[in-house]
Design a protein around this ligand. Structure first.
Ligand code: SF4
Length: 238
């Protein structure tokens, strides 16, 4: 099956996702710095763990300055439920330092990013070690409604199953291709709905393929559930 990420196909998939799951609530946080830190905590971990780590973080420290200045061990202990605590603690402190140094006061703000071109804002964020395309694009899309497509693990997996992008695409490449292909006004909704599909039906290991009408777009369904490819052979090479 050839790659098909035409606008019409993406709009059809989006409409079917809407029919199945309904419009999803936006989780924009009015405090962009807080949203960015929570997105760092959420890297490669389940939502419940992110929520516990975020609750600890904002309970244990009184403001961003205290978080930036905290001993790494203390910060890591606080955010431990998010996994990779030392790594994420360093990422959080590097991010806060970069935000503080960007302004001309000791304030922490992301609002200057809203005045930049989307690609420049994305590049500025990705210059911070530990912030990749997903973390940057979540902030920019959710907080600023920027024309950038966040691609988390669910979006990447399902976009490959739907043949919107090649099976071999890296996460960075997936961002580039989906950013180009998904219309701006549905980027956020498409992202949220695909995540819902990934959590409820199209899981990595045991997708419930008969349950939804999305199977008509799906190469895994065509090749494995409805074809003769062994599940171990999926995905095939591009
Ligand atoms: S058919 Fe299965 S693998 Fe394909 S999109 Fe549906 S749940 Fe996912």
């Amino acid at each position: 099956m050839e790659i098909d990420n035409s606008e019409q196909r993406i709009r059809d998939i989006h409409q079917d996702l809407l029919d199945v799951y309904g419009e999803q609530a936006d989780y924009d946080d009015s405090d962009g710095v807080r949203q960015l830190l929570i997105t760092i905590l959420s890297q490669n971990v389940a939502d419940e763990n992110t929520a516990r780590a975020a609750e600890n973080l904002f309970h244990d420290f009184n403001g961003y300055k205290e978080i930036e200045d905290a001993p790494i061990g203390k910060l890591a202990d606080s955010i431990n439920p998010a996994g990779l605590p030392e790594t994420k603690a360093k990422r959080i402190q590097r991010t806060l330092k970069a935000l503080r140094e960007q302004g001309d006061s000791d304030k922490y703000s992301v609002e200057f990013l809203g005045d930049m071109e989307d690609s420049d804002a994305q590049a500025w964020l990705e210059d911070i070690k530990g912030i990749g395309p997903k973390t940057a694009s979540v902030l920019l899309n959710f907080h600023f409604d920027a024309n950038v497509m966040p691609v988390d693990t669910h979006v990447e997996r399902i976009s490959k199953r739907f043949r919107l992008i090649p099976f071999s695409a890296s996460n960075k490449k997936a961002h580039e291709l989906l950013n180009e292909a998904v219309p701006h006004e549905i980027k956020n909704s498409f992202h949220m709905l695909i995540i819902e599909h990934g959590k409820n039906n199209c899981t990595a290991r045991n997708p419930t393929c008969e349950e939804t009408k999305l199977k008509k777009y799906c190469t895994r369904y065509e090749m494995v559930e409805n074809g003769d490819l062994d599940v171990d052979q999926y995905p095939p090479e591009d």
